[in-house]
Design a protein around this ligand. Sequence first.
Ligand code: NDP
Length: 510
Amino acid sequence: MLAVTEDLLKNLKTKDGVCLMYVDGSWVPASDGGVRELVNPSDGQIVARVAEGTRQDAQRAIAAARAAFDNGPWRDTPALERAKLLFKLADTIDDHTAELSAMETLNNGKPLRETEYDVADAANCFRYYAGLATKPQGQTFDVPAPSQTMVVREPIGVCGQIIPWNYPLLMAAWKLAPALAAGNVCVLKPSELTPLTVLRLATFVDELGFPKGVVNIVLGSGPVVGAAIAESADVDKVAFTGGTKTGRSIMQAATGNLKKISLELGGKSPNIVFADADFDTAVDYALFGIFANAGQVCSAGSRLLLEDSIHDKFVKRLVERAREIAVGDGFDPKTEMGPLISRAHTEKVESYIKTGVEEGAKLETGGKRPPGELGAKGNFIEPTIFTNTKPQMRIVQEEIFGPVLVIQRFKDEAEAVKLANDTVYGLAGAVFTNDIAKAHRVIKKLRAGITWINTYHPTYNEAPWGGYKQSGIGRELGTYGYDQYTEVKQINVNLAVEPSGWFKDRESGK
Ligand code: NDP
């Protein structure tokens, strides 16, 4: 693994073996020389050492971004030129798919087939927003003469962007692409656990010639660097993806200068299966909904709602299939589900499993680490399924963010909808049925921002992503995501340039 590691990381910018941050177009160490060791979640081995930024580093990056926005060329660069650079960035990502996906698997643990997908998705996100940059943005209104009114969109300014560890490169793309396309400048903080692919992305930004200070990558912990970004009076907007608790603290920190805010938070999303659904398809997507990325997905189908009449047959088949899922190292081509991100997160998921048992739910399968080296050294938990749950249980209400599925049963459509909406979250939800009218009735009643009929999880750069209730504020992706990185200005033009006469001009008598 060491050789693979060294080879994989050779394109990152380092000093004395420590990966550097990208601030104001330069590669810099932490101001106090701080270093963090990154661990491969599959085997506990140290894979890299990276700068551990400080509050001062965050402030320096914010100052560089401020200067780049206030005095720099980016916002005045024609949209076509910004688009060309973003298209080049997308192509460069594609050209480095093998390197980026292996780096992501090394740092995050998820199987190569997932990271390859993520890398392609990230490239396409830059491509989508590169295309959008040159498309019509404004509106005109037919207002009473002699005025003409138009509305234009302008960049917000300095955007602080804080992203999690579950999709490191993809989340960076979701944040940077719309912001840069719209003419903003960025200070992005990846998760302290998974900064490698974002640092490699910064080398592309540097080589492609984005003006200095337009993209800044600061490393460090959330409570230090993330909080400094959220609080700063020089940051005009903060965009965050992560846990609801952290989202709340970021929102509070952002009140100082009333910065614009968008939050993509957690979920406890219902996947509803009616008796008339295609059985094998529903089983397949129930597995995919919760066990893709080992359940570390904000929109995971973590609650499976089954109609009474199919409950037992469905659970039997689901448990059989869950037991067959190949859990292992993300580099092993046989692996279907990788590890959790860290030992601390594994312990948190295990404590939820213990709580579920104590609350009286029935553990149908999983609930433990796999035997041998895998479980001892890596952060693995077997695919886990609970039945016999009650709506008020913590495992039903709270986001576990791991490979833990809780099953609820319902007797009719009304009860399905009631249970589906019965959490503080409202991110996603799905319904499986062959009755198209019923599918739409149920979707219409779901209090969630992302929904699926007879599928689970597909996400498109073109469509808005975000949640109702405590799952967030605002939307990412699509034109909605672009709008969140713009201010809206109305321009009123007087087409008859003469005094209005509202106040009498005593001299002229008019
Ligand atoms: P966090 O929400 O804490 O982390 C997400 C990002 O926020 C990271 O970059 C983190 O930095 C940063 N951050 C942490 N604290 C602050 C702060 N006070 N101010 C500003 N930024 C901050 O997620 P965790 O990794 O702690 O996971 C906790 C739970 O959150 C999970 O169990 C899961 O339920 C949920 N989660 C949801 C995600 C989603 O996509 N909706 C993604 C990740 C987690 P750093 O990690 O470097 O300290």
